[in-house]
Ligand binder design. Structure first.
Ligand code: KG4
Ligand code: ZN
Length: 358
């Protein structure tokens, strides 16, 4: 007889210490029994970005309490769960080590199965925490460290269609916020300011928009924002206009590249009810959500976005990925090490660095 599966998930790859208890129901849907996320925004704010050693120290200080809270909120004891999943990469090694070691220790001590989860797979599967989705689907993963179009064929089975050749999208938002002195974290700040500005005021570059398939580039756009921001200094109105024009340019680039990804996906799957999933921290941006939703509908793709509380880093997505891997017998032993780089599609070419030909 099948039974409901319950996993503890642990996430410490960057600046969020998170733990969660997730249950998979008998019909395959997810039930998040608890999801605790402790953000270190305040600690890193004064430095304008994540300081790895500070982040690691903060994970060490908080992890026990966060896991206890997750178990308590879910009203469950460690003995009653079916397995432990912890993020093992990609990310900052000093940070990953904290959650991974605690996860391994808990699994070893309680004699539970252990799953080392790829953080990107956590994001990729996260929309299933609040929607029923069938494989395969097209995924746009937009976060602070990654920007990728992928075909999600199944758990552990990904084909990369395109990626950024320089900055990640979240990084471009964070750097723009820094240049315009809007605060940290940058994404939500740029979005807030963009609402008050004229999005057509600046004509900014749209790097490689008409070439290189679904690959993306944001470095030229970032440089253009830097040049303009130096000219306008503290002029509030122009700063708002620049934030709005930056976000509008991003939307144009994403729309164009998503259309290319749609036709690539159709070569792979010519079903009528194709699904387009958008996940990762930047997927919380309402203007991006709205424009991608409209574009999907026009192109006969059903748009599905991660629930807002599961866009940014969280451990529910790690517990869920753990359950899905456990069901496919993709378990790890307790010698597993953290990895700073860990692509979902191992056959995809590495798209950064000098000598890149587009
Ligand atoms: O997925 P995530 O929480 O962490 C990584 O795995 O990187 O993504 C964090 C990124 C940051 O760069 C943050 O500025 C961006 O997501 N972000 C946003 C918004 N909320 C978060 N970017 C644009 N608009 C937002 N509303
Ligand atoms: Zn993330």
């Amino acid at each position: 007889m099948r039974k409901k599966l319950i996993f503890l998930g642990i996430e410490t790859s960057c600046d969020e210490t998170a733990a969660s208890i997730v249950q998979e129901n008998l019909d395959g849907s997810a039930k998040v029994l608890s999801s605790i996320v402790s953000s270190q925004v305040k600690e890193h704010k004064k430095f304008g970005g994540v300081v790895p050693e500070l982040a690691a120290r903060s994970h060490i200080e908080n992890i026990d309490f966060i896991i206890s809270r997750a178990l308590k909120d879910a009203r469950i004891k460690l003995e009653k769960i079916d397995g432990v999943a912890a993020t093992a990469g990609p990310g900052l090694i000093v940070c990953l080590t904290v959650g991974l070691n605690v996860g391994k220790a808990l699994a070893g001590f309680s004699k539970k199965p252990f799953v080392a989860v790829n953080h990107l797979e956590g994001h990729a599967l996260s929309p299933a925490l609040s929607n029923k989705i069938k494989f395969p689907y097209l995924l746009l993963l937009i976060s602070g460290g990654h920007t990728q179009f992928l075909i999600v064929k199944d758990v552990d089975d990904y084909k990369q269609l395109g990626t950024t050749i320089d900055d990640a999208l979240g990084e471009a938002f964070d750097k723009t916020a820094k240049m315009l002195n809007l605060g940290y974290p940058g994404g939500p700040a740029v979005e807030k300011f963009a609402k008050q500005g004229d999005k057509n005021f600046y004509k900014l570059p749209e790097p490689i928009i008409n070439k290189a398939g679904c690959n993306l580039s944001f470095a030229g756009l970032k440089t253009a924002v830097l040049i303009q921001s130096k000219k306008i200094k503290e002029n509030k109105k122009l700063r708002l206009n620049l934030a709005a024009s930056f976000q509008e340019t991003i939307i144009k680039i994403l729309n164009k590249k998503t259309k290319v990804a749609f036709s690539e996906f159709k070569k792979f799957s010519n079903k009528k009810n194709n699904v387009f999933v958008v996940a990762g921290g930047v997927a919380a941006n309402q203007s991006i959500r709205k424009s991608l939703e409209e574009l999907s509908k026009k192109n006969n793709f059903k748009p599905i976005f991660s629930d807002l509380k599961f866009c940014g880093d969280n451990a529910a997505m790690i517990a869920w990925a753990g359950i899905q891997r456990f069901k496919r017998k993709l378990l790890n032993d307790l010698n597993v090490e953290p990895k700073s780089r860990w692509p979902l599609d191992k056959s995809a070419p590495y798209m950064k660095g000098p000598g890149l030909k587009l």
